[in-house]
Design a protein around this ligand. Structure first.
Ligand code: C2E
Ligand code: CA
Ligand code: CA
Length: 650
């Protein structure tokens, strides 16, 4: 066993190992540069030796053989010069290095024999020249062959072995001394060469490791670890590269950004590990659907698709909808079957988007539009959206310069107890009468102010006005006021609200602050803290537009609420729409079970009211009773429809 491994070691030492392709290539590269020099030294010293022997030795030895050597060596020099600049494959490098190994042996034997053949001719000087030639030339060859350890070793053993044996055998003291000298020098040189080779080898290996590591780092930095899709960082790099290509080739490029509908409740209801598995499955379906496009995970439940060479617009939307359709198929998990859908926004270069930012923003805008109006399907950014963006931008700029304290006003819509038709309070609703734009709906300017981050500057004057008006009401009446997420996601924002309530003198116990569930998706911790601070003050908190978002019941429990408002989309024609009817019914049951009050919004007809009565609804708001009214009209309304008056004109 031991002997075999010892033999194996010697064999390894003498041959060129093929197990490390990078090392082979590095050896090849280092080696190619040194070979012409080695042959140059070898030939010039050979000719020098041949010339000193011309007087003494036969022409065959002094001209014939060196010419032959020169010819052979020149062939090799040409070979090395020609291959100097190629990047070899590991196989090629291995073949060439193996051949070098064999050639090194053959050349060493040939030159040694030739040198010995010259010894019998000439005098002591020329014999010394032979010794000098062999000793010194071999040293330079060994250095040149340094990176192919085996070749260097073979040459040393052949040339020096013969040299030492030959000159020791002459028993001539000078030659014996030279032989011993050469033996020692060669031993020293071999040990330096071995150390050097080991350093070279480990340098190549560590460079290789560093490269592998940086490749791995690069891969990890660009990959989403959960789904295995390329990540957000890779997305922007790729988008820029594809855009560059599309620009250069004059082709189109489509970008789709996608957001899952109903993902958050899955996370809330089943836990994050199920949510994670769902994302993995979505990613699998997504990449399984795409052929010529690439999918990315931008983060959370947001994905993106880059499609070079998209089809014409109508087909593009059909394809995108097919993807949404595929993602809508139920997901069967051990914990239960999960239903989600995916909304997608698409923008196309160069149709309506000219650079990376515009392409992304516009796809994102189309997604926002899809989420609002066409949940679960794909929307292509078109010229209408562009008009909308321009008009939003105009509204935003006018809003930023508006005299808000004067231009904004508040109207009040009654909330009625349908058991005795009495007004129990009013919801304050913002109105903006702009000198430049005329009347602008809050459904339009509030979201714009929210996106521009300036909604706080609207909330404060509106809240002051609403409280000032409500302070004049009968103390049995409550005031509802709408807040934006932005009003609650900073400690300072909520302190400002508390300050306004306190300085108004209005009893916080009579105040309901309405927030939508999206408020909690911004910064759950901060918004919950803000809401709790307002609760401690005595304010009620109503969850507005309940049912339109994706609040799960578990989530609803976690929020410090006192009330929820059923969105008017469920109320419309509920007597004719069994689905709406059932939803309102179960939401009312839920409110009873949770001990929360419930206001039903948007009641417009007697039929709807009758249906709500049979379901046990009590607090109702809607055009059937009154539209939002100016302050004085609201007071009149309350006077006419106050408690115990029991009459209502509808
Ligand atoms: P919201 O809080 O859901 O307010 C109810 C909206 O429904 C009001 O629209 C109201 O006029 C309308 N409405 C009331 N009864 C009926 C009905 O029977 N049928 C129909 N179709 N609609 C009815 P408005 O005043 O245009 O307000 C729109 C939205 O703007 C509000 O929806 C609210 O989200 C936001 N908003 C209004 N004022 C403010 C405010 O002061 N602050 C904040 N942050 N948002 C506000
Ligand atoms: Ca509201
Ligand atoms: Ca509402």
């Amino acid at each position: 066993m031991h002997i075999v491994s010892g033999k194996q070691k010697i064999w390894d030492f003498l041959s060129v190992k093929a197990d490390n392709p990078e090392l082979l290539k590095a050896q090849y590269r280092a080696f190619t540069r040194q070979m012409p020099m080695m042959y140059f030294i070898l030939l010039s010293s050979t000719w020098a030796l041949a010339i000193t022997h011309m007087k003494f030795a036969p022409t065959l030895l002094t001209v014939g053989v060196p010419t032959l050597f020169t010819f052979g060596c020149m062939l090799r020099v040409v070979f090395w010069l020609r291959t100097r600049n190629i990047d070899p494959s590991p196989e090629l490098a291995h073949t060439v290095l193996l051949r070098t190994n064999r050639l090194a042996g053959a050349i060493a034997v040939a030159f040694t024999l030739w040198s010995f053949a010259l010894v019998p001719y000439g005098d002591a000087y020329t014999r010394s020249h032979v010794a000098f030639y062999m000793a010194i030339t071999v040293i330079s060859c060994i250095f040149c062959l340094m990176y192919v350890r085996s070749a260097a070793f073979i040459v040393t053993v052949i040339v020096n072995g013969a040299f030492i044996a030959f000159f020791v055998a002459t028993a001539q003291p000078t030659f014996v001394a030279i032989a011993i000298n050469v033996l020692l020098v060669c031993a020293g040189m071999m040990s330096i060469l071995l150390t050097n080779y080991r350093n070279f080898e480990s340098m190549v290996v560590s460079k290789q490791r560093a490269e592998a590591l940086s490749n791995e780092n690069f891969r990890l930095a660009n990959l989403d670890s959960l789904t295995g899709l390329a990540n957000r960082r890779a997305f922007f790099v790729e988008l820029e590269a594809e855009l560059e290509r599309a620009r250069a080739n004059g082709t189109r490029l489509a970008l789709g950004v996608m957001d899952l509908d109903g993902f958050k409740p899955v996370n809330d209801l089943y836990g994050h590990s199920v949510g994670d598995r769902l994302l993995v499955e979505v990613a699998n379906r997504l990449s399984g659907t795409l052929t010529a496009s690439t999918a990315f995970r931008l983060g959370g439940d947001e994905f993106a698709i880059i499609a070079p060479f998209p089809p014409e617009n109508a087909q593009l939307v059909i394809n995108a909808n097919a993807i949404s359709e595929r993602l809508r198929h139920p997901y069967h998990m051990p914990e239960g079957t999960i239903h989600i859908s995916a909304s997608m926004g698409i923008a196309v270069f160069p149709d309506l988007a000219l650079d990376r930012e515009q392409l992304f923003d516009r796809a994102d805008y189309a997604l926002y539009y899809a989420k609002k109006r066409l949940r679960g399907s794909a929307v292509l950014f078109d010229s209408h959206h562009e008009d909308q963006i321009n008009s939003d931008a105009r509204i935003e700029s006018v809003l930023k310069q508006a005299d808000l304290a004067n231009e904004l006003s508040v109207v009040f819509q009654p909330i009625v107890d349908i058991r005795d038709q009495a007004t129990i309070g009013f919801e304050a609703l913002a109105r903006w009468n702009s000198p430049t734009l005329g009347k602008v709906s809050p459904a339009c300017f509030i979201p714009i102010a929210e996106r521009a981050g300036i909604v706080g500057s609207l909330t404060r004057p509106l809240f002051k006005k609403a409280l000032a008006a409500a302070s004049l009401w009968d103390t049995s009446l409550r005031l509802s006021f709408n807040l934006s997420a932005h009003d609650l996601n900073s400690g300072n924002g909520v302190l400002a609200l508390i300050g306004i309530i306190e300085s108004s003198g209005f009893d916080p116990q009579r105040l309901d602050l309405e927030i939508t569930e999206t408020a909690f998706t911004h910064d759950f911790e901060q918004v919950t803290q803000s809401v709790e601070a307002l609760r401690r003050l005595g304010c009620g908190i109503s969850l507005d537009d309940f049912g339109t978002g994706y609040s799960s019941l578990t989530r609803l429990h976690a929020l410090p609420l006192t009330k929820f408002k059923i969105d008017r989309s469920f109320v419309k024609d509920l007597h004719q729409r069994p689905a709406s009817y059932k939803i309102v019914k179960s939401l009312l049951t839920l409110s009873v079970d949770m001990g929360l009050d419930c206001v039903i919004e948007g009641v417009e007809t007697e039929e709807e009211l009758a249906a709500l009565k049979t379901l046990g609804g009590t607090s109702v708001q809607g055009y059937l009773f009154a539209p939002p009214l100016p302050e004085n009209k609201a007071r009149e309304f309350a006077a006419q429809h106050g408690r115990h008056r029991n009459k209502i004109a509808v």
